[in-house]
Ligand binder design. Sequence first.
Ligand code: BGC
Length: 817
Amino acid sequence: MQYGHFDDNAREYVITRPDTPYPWINYLGCEDFFGLFSNTSGGYCFCRDARMLRLTRYRYNNVPADSGGRYFYLRDEGDVWTPSWMPMKSSLDRYECRHGMGYSKISSARNGLAFSQVSFVPLHDTCEIHKVTLTNESNIDKRIDMFSFIEFCLWNANDDMTNFQRNFSIGEVEIDGSRIYHKTEYRERRNHYAVWAVNVPIEGFDTDRQTFLGLYNGFDHPQAVFEGEAKNSVASGWAPVGSHHIKARLAPGEVKTFVFVLGYCENHEDQKWERPGVINKKPANILLEKYGTSNAADKALAALNEYWKNLLGRFTVDAEDKKMARMAGVWNQYQCMVTFNMSRSASYFESGIGRGMGFRDSNQDLLGFVHLVPERARSRILDIAATQFPDGSAYHQYQPLTKRGNNEVGSGFNDDPLWLICGTAAYIKETGDYGILEEKVPFDNNDALADTLFVHLKRSFDYTVTHTGPHGLPLIGRADWNDCLNLNCFSKTPGESFQTTANYESGVAESVLIAAIFAFTGPDYAEICRRTNRIEEAEYAEKAIAKMIEVIDQHGWDGDWFVRAYDAYGKKIGSRECEDGKIFIESNGFAVMADIGIKDGRARKALDSVKEHLESPYGIVLLQPAYKDYHLELGEVSSYPPGYKENAGIFCHNNPWVTIAETRLGRGNRAFETYAKICPAYREDDSDLRRLEPYVYAQMVAGKDAVRHGEAKNSWLTGTAAWTFVSISQYILGVRPVFDGLMIDPCIPSSMKGFTVTRHFRGADYHITVDNGAGVEKGIKSIMVDGNSLDGEALKKAVLPAFGDNKAHNIIVTMGK
Ligand code: BGC
């Protein structure tokens, strides 16, 4: 069943009933301040770092689900209800939630009173705005009591949920008219506070949770609201909250608007106080003045809309298949921007406490947004590179606030270095900016160890070359892309993290996947060397790649598919010789992406085997047969019940590798089939099974061995976003940035009659119309560029030049044999 629909013109997803099978959320914010916002106004917000600067509290794994958010309680002559449905689960005469680009709107009504809430984070400011409108749709006067409610987090989200011996004594607030200030720890080492304000005079307030709710009440039965009166409580320790009590009289037809702002403010250390004990409110005054009226809020929202319109205008798609067009043109790119902002830190599955920015994750995420925000991608690359060690390996993660490598998560994932080459190459292909290679970047965050980004890439490349095992394949280290293939850990201790437990480097366990990534991304390194006149280095790199491909040919082929790895005893993983885990998706996708086995038919065989053994109605599972038992020598992959996560779940991140691989073979029908199976828009009417948002990709869908085959988990923060965008935009629709320009290389279903793409590329706009009247899967008969046809070699190459002239260019492509 469906719980809503896409509104393509508005670029919104419209949720039409509140009891979605899981909270369906949106992300507010695109710079420093972020809010997670569910379809029932649940969620929380933070500034820059989801762990260290959290403004509002959120309890994960909640009962009931998704409690805690920015709530409004309405009391209409004794009838108390919550217009966002939660937390009271109020019956509503109308309900709708529209998640748009960086904003969400909830509208509802009950008993002649209409409510609407527009929530967003304005550009360039560190706050959330919630514009609330009440409309009296009845024909009698209405006397409404409205109560706002948020619960403050004591900043460090981890501490907030664990350190109660301290926390119950430190909460502090200040109240000034309609402005509630949260200033816990401001008296000591913090120089920031939060403010929760409304732009009208209030009747009263509450800042002490127990006084507002009642100790034994949930959010669904706040005592103050039911009694119709705020208690003017001033929090002192325990749990500080922010609630305004507003009285609104509405004549029939009358509309009243209120602007609530939840802001984060900083002061200079020597300007923290207005007078002893009273915080300096200057930054709050400036912020609140700016958004003090409904008009100002509207203007800020309009500016935000313009921002997204421009951003998404850089790549648009039109096609008969609206599901593909809306995903590729809007929602997939939107999700890529969210992964740019969040990496894997804060979602409804990631608590924002444990995980910072991943080295491999961030580099791959970059593939999905480099065309949208190339300058920001540039600084992201430099940030990531600074967490690389001098030997080319890397911290697996870094903290966004400090941009320093995260020791707690360690290193030793031997695929990490190669992703830096992959990300940087994507950036250069997008922008033509080779200058980035000359930027000085620290190693290990130590300026004394700084060298050029090019040297970082070289160390990445060399790390793989110099860390090979008995077969000449790359050593896997702690794990490769598959975090759960822990071939050197041998973990026996319950609860021990596979990511951080001791890694007994065997010097034997090898990864065919890393070899294939090397064969795929290595040529970009060699090409970068050539193009920057490092000819000797290019030759060295090309030799190393050729050698690696030979090794894959010798030791990476199992007869019908590519082997996945060798364990610490030198035994094959992902081979017909194995009882479980005979075939894996990753090495097969990536080897074919690197064009290995295309000429001799192994590539085709490998992908046919993937289809035969790993296919399911909801996508391709990671491996088969699923591991039935825990294997000490394999680690976490075998710790999951069959069908979940890396143990034969549909790990969506690597499905697009197969999609791309299929396009290398020219099989457009099959490529699109693999694309559509994991694309959420195609499962909109299957939401009871899939459960998660139909407008964003999920990390995992339970595989065929799982009890809940088809159910998705971990939406939003997943490398699936970037890779599916690469697969659809660059390989299926085939508009692909390369070093020389913009390549046109579509590989589509034969039934697709054509499509149009507009693409901003290196300072010009390309309006590309592809005609597939011929009904082929691949192949170009002609290309017209601004009325002139490409011939001979130019047509064969099919690379449009970088015009760089700020003009629009018309490209007409006719597919055919
Ligand atoms: C991690 C990725 C990893 C993937 C597969 C994700 O949770 O963020 O870095 O590649 O799992 O194990």
